[in-house]
Design a protein around this ligand. Structure first.
Ligand code: AMP
Length: 592
């Protein structure tokens, strides 16, 4: 990588100015974005079907184009994936599909993107980083010296596939890190990663993680930020260290590489990095051998200034554990986005995790906000600049790559404005009950899983009276817990223990591909657990809720519990526990 002779201050200042400009003129930018999208894509099959007749204004757009979900677009997306090159959704050719971790009918969603769309996304990322570095360097409350050390950030690319029509389909990280802009990036003192490209680009999760950890350990004194995309992943990395520190320290002591790492590019690059260093090895081994892993991050990487990881939304459940391992280091969550669109930047990086908000960048797409009102189906979306502080909205986007008034599935709460662009707290993914990592299990999927397990109980004359679930993140990796109350109708024919183990697996088999990938490939989710509770537990739970003010007439058993008091209550009624004893099926060969 070539050394960059000019430090990036000028670039930073320009980026901050750019953010100021687009947020000050947010409404005009939005109007222009919509006009550009509609002009560019006027001749597509999709837009022609709604008789816009060349109109590029908001009123016509909103009155003629319906709000849709992925499922509405799926037949069109399938045609593109199968090789239909006509302008179906957008005028520019679809150059790749991003596989979203959100699923439809159990399979990852395929989000079309184009070369032009990616140019915009790169700009977003560059702006985000430049804005950060500028704030960290110049702001009073921010960190100094981030250009004087290394970033120990785990970056992964998962393997990519091609659709039947030959279009690459990959997760967003693969596009980012396989791109020449990343691979051939010039030296940047603020983004001097400990992980070599060869480790980042290795599709094998173990080999990639092992090598990245090894490099981070060698550089322990130079590391000033530790990070991963999501909090669940960073905790998995700590667990990885717990399981592998003996081999890792052996490698450092001897300057050799674990034989389980077989990737030839990694071998070539590690030949330049590996050196016997008994001092580092002994230090790490001493720390890791202790029973107490509290503050392990700052013990091993003593100059870490903050954790660089998303802790909003479902990831907030991991904050206490991260605090435990880091001794309460600041946590910085940079941005909010999805496979469909990169949307928001956290312009106040040093705030507390509970205050993290993301300012929507109005140049990235045309954004609409559907008021999230539980008891009303008659709500109309409002424009970006018209949202109200304190209100919750469902995000609806229109992109350059052919998604029109598309329901992303995220619920956001407005916390304020930066100039005229609002900032939001991420509230939750709509309808998602359980999430450990990138999995998002909704109620119908959980119900189907319980139904599947129930079938195994039938021959024992046993049925499920009631159930609820909980994402248990006290284990690493976290895992799903299903509380079952059973009705055993024949005491001479009770389900044997291994039947309930099999029920665990049956549930996992019917959960979606992202869950099963987490279990099998990424190992980011632990075996599903059934906790059988005493008869009458759910009635007691209802009494307990009503005693706290719930209405008897409206009471429904929650299909997921997260409050400590509820979990403690259920745990106090558990009579037996079972775990999935095998991995569910998962194959990357499924049709795209
Ligand atoms: P994917 O399309 O697989 O990249 O997943 C995108 C989804 O991840 C978003 O729609 C959100 O639900 C979630 N997500 C992304 N960024 C954040 C964030 N900063 N905080 C909370 N959730 C996020």
């Amino acid at each position: 990588m070539a050394a960059n002779s000019t430090l990036p201050f000028e670039k930073h200042a320009k980026s901050l100015q750019f953010i100021e400009d687009i947020t000050r003129n947010a409404d005009v930018v939005q109007q222009n974005v919509l006009a550009q999208i509609l002009t560019q894509n006027a001749q597509t099959e999709y837009l022609m079907g709604f008789n816009l007749d060349g109109a590029i204004n908001r009123a016509a757009f909103k009155s003629k184009i319906p709000i849709v979900t992925y499922e509405d677009l799926q037949p069109l997306i399938r045609r593109i994936a199968n090789g239909d090159r006509s302008p179906i959704l957008c005028a520019h050719p679809v150059t790749e599909f991003i596989i979203s971790t959100g699923t439809s009918s159990g399979e990852g969603k395929l989000i079309p993107t184009t070369k032009e769309e990616w140019e915009n996304r790169w700009l977003f990322l560059l702006t985000t980083h430049a804005c950060y570095e500028q704030r960290f360097v110049n702001g009073k409350r921010y960190f100094k010296g981030l250009d004087k050390g290394k970033r120990f950030t785990f970056l992964f690319t998962r393997s990519e596939r091609r659709t039947e029509g030959g279009i690459p389909a990959r997760f967003v990280a693969a596009t980012l890190y396989k791109n020449d802009l990343f691979k051939n990036r010039p030296y940047d003192p603020y983004n001097d990663f400990t992980s070599p490209n060869e480790a980042i680009l290795c599709d094998d999760t173990f080999q990639s993680m092992y090598t990245q950890m090894l490099c981070g350990l060698y550089e322990r004194e130079h590391v000033i930020r530790v990070g991963m995309a999501f909090a669940s992943g960073l905790l998995r990395a700590i667990r990885f260290l717990q399981l592998n520190w003996q081999q890792l320290t052996h490698d450092i002591r001897t300057g050799s590489l674990n034989p389980k790492v077989t990737d030839t590019s990694i071998h070539e690059c590690m030949a330049r990095i590996l050196r016997p260093d008994p001092n580092i090895a002994d230090f790490i081994a001493r720390e890791c051998a202790k029973d107490n892993w509290e503050r392990i991050i700052t013990r091993i990487w003593p100059n870490t200034k903050y954790l660089d990881v998303v802790v909003t939304g479902a990831m907030a459940q991991y904050i206490p554990t991260l605090d435990y391992y880091s001794g309460g280091l600041p946590i910085v969550s940079i941005n909010y986005g999805s496979s469909e669109c990169f949307s928001g930047i956290n312009l106040n990086p040093m705030c507390k995790p509970s205050e993290i908000s993301y300012t929507i960048m109005p140049n990235m797409a045309y954004f609409e906000f559907l008021p999230y009102e539980h008891n009303s189906s008659d709500v109309k979306p409002v424009d970006l600049v018209d949202v109200k502080i304190g209100k919750e909205y469902e995000l609806v986007i229109t992109t350059f790559a052919g998604l029109y008034r598309y329901h992303v599935g995220d619920i956001l709460r407005v916390t304020g404005f930066h100039n005229s662009a609002p900032h939001f707290q991420f509230v939750r993914r709509q309808n998602v009950l359980l999430s450990i990592d990138t999995d998002k299990t909704k109620e119908p999927e959980l119900q189907a899983a319980v139904d599947n397990a129930s079938k195994l109980l039938r021959e024992f004359n046993t049925s499920v009276v009631e159930y609820t679930s909980h994402a248990d993140t006290t284990t690493i990796p976290g895992h799903y817990v299903i509380y079952l109350e059973l009705l055993e109708k024949n005491s001479n024919n009770l389900p044997r223990d291994n039947v309930l183990d099999k029920c665990c697996l049956a549930m996992e088999e019917s959960l979606d591909s992202e869950y099963r990938r987490g279990r099998v490939v990424d190992k980011s989710i632990g075996p599903l657990e059934i906790r059988v509770v005493k008869n009458g537990t759910f009635e007691e739970l209802m009494d307990y809720e009503i005693s706290k003010g719930a209405s008897l007439g409206q009471y429904k058993v929650p299909k997921c519990v997260s409050s400590k008091s509820m979990v403690d209550f259920l745990d106090s009624r558990v009579t037996s526990k079972y775990f999935s004893q095998a991995l569910p099926h998962w194959t990357s060969e499924r049709r795209l």
